[in-house]
Design a protein around this ligand. Structure first.
Ligand code: ADP
Ligand code: MG
Length: 239
């Protein structure tokens, strides 16, 4: 369904992705984890055609994303940083998105889920960071796309919204979506992720389930297992 083969990307001779291979065959939640600056956002941007790789291939339903834009209709992408024209009101941003992407079938549902009704007439720039992120989420999920790419969707969300969002993602997973997510919210990963890809220094250092990682590292929690992955790698790079 979604395949990444031998992907390389450098920015001005600084290597970021050094040969990434990934395969997503079944619907479900796939978490791309790793420390800051390790290339998670770059990887998602390559999938969206926003950044071109130096080498390698990304294909969705057997078609390369490098030469064709049509596949993007099947994807909803949540950028890590929402850059909207910030003088526009929330309702105008939603309208602008619809103008660009077509009618949103789940607009009212998302406005309600994210508690945005009272913010619709406010300018984006006057919203708190958390509310801006809710607008970002609403414009992403108001389309019922089979593939969803989420770059740190939980950043800045309050605990109630975070809980609602987790429940919503669970429902979306049960509806058979392909959800690719980068996040530092380990609780969400433990509850929802079917597979983890752990990215470090441009390579995938672990691929498997949360339980497989916990067993492999012989610990009780995902956070501990992730910490061990990082420490182990530091030791091996220093030797
Ligand atoms: N447009 C760019 N130009 C130059 N360097 C970039 C650019 N985008 C990202 N980088 C660098 O690439 C590395 C990976 O960034 P990013 O993909 O944002 O990582 P992550 O999402 O895992 O935090 C970082 O060192 C970052 O500074
Ligand atoms: Mg990022």
């Amino acid at each position: 369904m979604i395949e990444v083969k031998n992907l390389y990307k450098s920015y001005r001779h600084k290597p970021v992705l050094n040969g990434i291979d990934m395969f997503v065959r079944e619907p479900g939640v796939y978490a791309i984890l790793g420390p800051n600056g390790t290339g998670k956002t770059t990887l998602l941007k390559i999938w969206m055609g926003l950044v071109r790789p130096d080498r390698g291939e990304v294909s969705i339903q057997g078609k390369s994303v490098l030469n064709d834009n049509a596949y993007r209709n099947q994807i909803s992408y949540l950028p890590q940083i929402a850059r909207f024209p910030d003088n526009l009101r929330v309702k105008e941003l939603i309208r602008m998105t619809e103008y660009l992407r077509g009618n949103a079938t789940r607009k009212n549902e998302m406005i309600e889920l994210l508690g945005l009704t009272t913010y619709l007439s406010l300018s984006f720039r006057n919203l708190s960071g958390g509310t801006q992120q809710k607008v970002n989420l609403a414009t992403c999920f108001m389309y019922d796309s089979p593939i969803v790419l989420l770059d740190e969707p939980t950043a800045g969300l309050d605990p109630v919204t975070l809980l609602r969002f987790k429940q919503f993602l669970q429902q979306e997973k049960e509806r058979g979506k392909y959800i690719i997510i980068t996040t530092h919210a380990m609780g969400l990963v433990e509850h929802l992720a079917d597979q983890i890809f752990f990215l470090l220094e441009g390579r995938i250092h672990f691929q498997g389930t949360v339980q497989q990682l916990i067993n492999q590292k012989n610990v009780n929690e995902l956070e501990e297992a992730i910490a061990l992955l990082l420490i182990h790698n530091q030791q091996t790079t220093e030797v």
